[in-house]
Design a protein around this ligand. Structure first.
Ligand SMILES: [Zn+2]
Length: 429
């Protein structure tokens, strides 16, 4: 086993780390993070650097009209569907060095390592840089992958504007992106995305690799309750129409409902707002939000239904009028079993510790999963911190994740009749 492991091609962890650090200098913030929001000067500079690295590795680089970049290493039969990987280079305004960037540079590292080891693949390999994943400057998270997968019309993406009124269309033109380029989606055999976990689970369990089997179900609900404004001193309690009574009943019932659905349930009451919002007036109106998430479809559905029942019975109990509506819902995604298996086998062959997990956050892979078999690879990040300038990850975990990506991609891209590739260049280990 040890010998087999020694003969497996590996990535160069130091090259991956030094590129992560070089990319982090573009849009670097004084607190050690990055501000490289989509299609700003910094993002455009980051995209150019990545393009240079891809071309220097002998790859062809193609852009589509929504600004997605595809770095391609040809296959021995280049007409076959690609084995794809990728993520995003854009960041939050106070973002870190790894969220997204790691997935792109781990993909580039896979291509470079195959060059180092003179390994050819039957299928072509591509690294995608998805444009505007974060959705903080232009209000549409995962924009580029949504257009590519056909889930968002191109014109709608072009028309998005930032707070200054500048459009995506304008910024793509400014970045010299050919908007006439065809929006044809290449055939994809399998897609993988390596990403920092953005949560604390791997670290807590002391595991190096998360085998991501899917993304949880999530939705946001808004509840409005109508009462009657009245004097806090003069109106007796039994004559009030106080909407806070409903909240007082709903909250314990709702937390109980979430708890009964196990530790994977997520319930967040993020907004509670009263009108007129005066300390000595009984509110005339209450608005609050409920964000519900669960990886299990049945638990998720029943939790949503129970929310409706809880609100309805609290309104009836206090004889108040109100309404509940779902304002946003993203159905959960089960990743492709074969792709997850490819990740599992790669991690096992490399001898890394693993655990299965569900992503709590959305990723570009949610979009690729609609049109191609997809799976994700998570690596730990310090304290589970992300969307934070202090975001940090351990170089050896990042290297391990890139090795898993390399072998998961290889297992689907090689000519299976010829057996697994060994290191062709014994000088490099
Ligand atoms: Zn990300």
């Amino acid at each position: 086993m040890l010998n087999a492991r020694m003969n497996m091609p590996k990535v160069q962890g130091e090259r991956l780390w030094s590129r992560l650090m070089e990319m982090a200098q573009i849009g670097a913030t004084s607190n050690g993070g990055c501000n490289r929001q989509a299609l700003t000067d910094a993002d455009i500079a980051g995209r150019r650097l990545l393009t240079q690295w891809g071309e220097a590795a002998g790859c062809s680089v193609r852009l589509d009209p929504v600004g997605n970049i595809f770095v391609r290493r040809p296959g021995t039969d280049d007409s076959l569907p690609v084995v794809l990987t990728g993520s995003h280079l854009d960041t939050q305004p106070t973002g870190g060095k790894f969220d997204g960037i790691y997935g792109v540079l781990a993909g580039l590292e896979v291509l470079e390592s195959l060059n180092d080891h003179a390994v050819t693949t039957l299928h072509p390999l591509e690294v995608a840089v998805w444009c505007n994943e974060e959705g903080c400057r232009f209000p549409m998270a995962m924009m580029g992958s949504a257009v590519w997968s056909g889930r968002l019309p191109l014109e709608m993406a072009w028309a998005l504007t930032d707070q200054e009124g500048t459009s995506v269309r304008h910024e793509l033109q400014r970045a010299d992106i050919n908007m006439e380029a065809p929006l044809s989606r290449q055939a994809v055999k399998a897609a993988f995305e390596a990403h920092i976990e953005q949560g604390p689970i791997l670290e807590q369990h002391e595991k190096m690799i998360g085998l991501v089997t899917g993304v949880q179900h999530m939705s946001r609900h808004e509840i409005v309750v109508y009462g009657q404004e009245a004097h806090a001193g003069a109106m007796p309690m039994n004559l009030r129409r106080d909407p806070i009574r409903v909240l007082a009943g709903v909250l314990p019932a709702l937390y109980g409902a979430a708890e009964r659905r196990g530790p994977d349930a997520r319930l967040t009451v993020g907004v509670i707002e009263t009108l007129p919002g005066s300390p000595n007036t009984v509110p005339g109106r209450l608005r609050f939000t409920v964000d519900l998430r669960h990886p299990d479809a049945r638990h998720y559905q029943s939790l949503c239904e129970e929310l409706g029942q809880i609100v309805k019975s609290a309104l009836a109990q206090h004889a108040l009028r109100g309404e509940l509506r779902c304002v946003w819902e993203a159905p959960g995604i089960a990743f492709d079993a074969n792709c997850v298996e490819a990740v599992r086998k790669a991690a096992a062959a490399l001898g890394y510790s693993t655990m299965e997990m569900i992503s709590g956050a959305g990723h570009d892979s949610c979009n690729t999963a609609y049109v191609a078999p997809t799976a994700m690879i998570f690596v730990p990040c310090a304290g589970g911190l992300s969307h934070n300038e202090a975001e940090s990850a351990n170089p050896s975990n990042l290297e391990a994740g890139a090795n898993v990506l390399l072998h998961a991609m290889l297992s689907l891209a090689i000519d299976s009749r010829r057996g697994p590739p060994l290191c062709m260049n014994p000088e490099i280990e």
